[in-house]
Design a protein around this ligand. Structure first.
Ligand code: ATP
Ligand code: MG
Length: 388
């Protein structure tokens, strides 16, 4: 007999008339995530999604971990299976709830009966299991009105189940409910985190990476693909668009004043990302920028980059310190990969004294020596799509 997993919906429960739409999206995301783990029955009742394995060889620990990364879920509850007899249910409850029962001052049992043919009513099951628990843990009082601990019993077709203490879910909204955005994904620490944060609000992501071969190596590109692969656990399917960036960078190096190198390069990134976004129906650009982190992320510099975006640019990390960003990167599992020492194109041709308070008209003048449209078009045309 296999355990089952119950997924408690998060913010979706606050939705009004379009709740069904969010719920359907969540169920389809859950099903897609489960596909590589085995065969499951997935059903939904009263804002809870039931994930029941169809065979005994499915790894339920791995399944549970995978479910904690699906956005839209507030809590992931593993429920232990037992025979559909009152004695077996009570025994399981005593076994699984031992620690929680010892910690709680009071408890009650709540039973849900999906198998309507089961000979006992929900109340009878609760009374029986509750009685056995009270006997096993005499220090914990029964309180049906305001218990510190509620022990959940489910009687379903295949078996009966006792809920274990829940794991926190990933929160947020189901990916795909909030439209599409292009995320600028470098190999650094910040941009995988910013990608995660906007995906959490239900947005489907298209990662775009600027690649300056041979100034940055194949290993640097692979690192970005590895990061994107790690993000798929949260973001769902991803197709990384790799933009050839070398020619643009050498043009900037050869024709523009050194103090504006990075800023002009970043404006090209924005133009190209925005063009890809338009082609893909994406409505915003996401970056991992944080105010004041480097010269190209001062308020003045960000104004210059935004001036060419032509669509909203979201920077979810704008107010975060590096240390806070690292904590999130560790939590979501991208930190280690980000720390691999391959160079990003941002560190190629970096100016010795970058301008930290650039004026837009000066930057525009500095760009005057370049055929901007032709460079952007060529880069977009040369983009390689890599489906993960
Ligand atoms: P990260 O910010 O991801 O740690 P980083 O600090 O090396 O990497 P920054 O110079 O801070 O990069 O770049 C700011 C933002 O610009 C990144 O968070 C990312 O969104 C975008 N970016 C930088 N380099 C690239 C690149 N090669 N391809 C795509 N986006 C990039
Ligand atoms: Mg950064």
């Amino acid at each position: 007999m296999q355990d089952i997993i119950l997924l408690k919906q998060g913010e979706i429960v606050l939705k009004g008339l379009n709740k069904k739409y969010f719920e359907q999206k969540l169920i389809s995301n859950v099903k897609r995530r489960l596909r590589s783990l085995g065969e499951f029955d997935v059903t939904c009742t009263q804002s809870t999604i039931y994930v029941e394995p169809k065979s005994d060889d499915i790894d339920m620990d791995e399944t549970q971990q995978a479910m904690t990364k699906v956005f839209g879920i507030a809590a992931v509850v593993r429920a232990a299976a037992c025979d559909k007899t009152p004695e077996a249910m009570a025994q399981k409850a005593i076994e699984y709830m031992a620690e929680a029962m010892r910690e709680a001052g009071s408890f009650k049992v709540e039973t849900r009966r999906a198998d309507k043919a089961f000979p006992m009513t929900s109340i009878e099951v609760s009374q029986y299991v509750g009685g056995e628990l009270a006997e096993a843990f005499p220090e914990t009082a029964v309180d049906v009105h305001n218990p510190e601990l509620t022990v959940h019993v489910e009687v379903r077709e295949r078996a009966a189940y006792i809920h274990r203490p829940p794991l926190p879910g990933a929160g947020g909204l189901p990916v795909g409910c909030g439209g599409t955005a292009v995320t600028l994904l470098s190999g650094g620490i910040d941009s995988p985190v910013s990608t995660y944060m906007i995906a959490k609000r239900g947005v489907h992501m298209i990662p775009v990476h600027f690649f300056s071969f041979p100034y940055t190596s194949e290993l640097a590109k692979q690192k970005v693909l590895d990061l994107a692969k790690e993000l798929t656990a949260y973001c769902g399917r991803l197709t990384v668009e790799v933009v050839p960036f070398t020619h643009i960078q050498t043009e900037i190096r050869d024709k523009c004043p050194e103090e504006y190198f990075t800023l002009i390069m970043r404006r090209f990134m924005m133009r190209i990302a925005a063009k890809i976004a338009q082609q893909e129906g994406a409505k915003a650009l996401i970056t991992g920028e944080s105010l004041g982190q480097v010269a190209s992320q001062t308020l003045d510099a960000l104004c210059c980059t935004d001036a060419v975006a032509g669509m909203p640019v979201f920077r979810p990390l704008i107010g975060n310190d590096k240390i806070e960003i690292i904590h999130i990167a560790e939590k979501i599992g991208t930190y280690e990969t980000s720390c691999q020492p391959y160079e990003d194109c941002c560190t190629v041709f970096t100016p010795r004294h970058p301008c930290t308070r650039p004026k837009l008209e000066h930057v525009e003048r500095a760009e005057g020596a370049l055929d901007i449209d032709a460079l952007v078009d060529a880069a977009v045309a040369g983009t390689e799509m890599i489906q993960l």
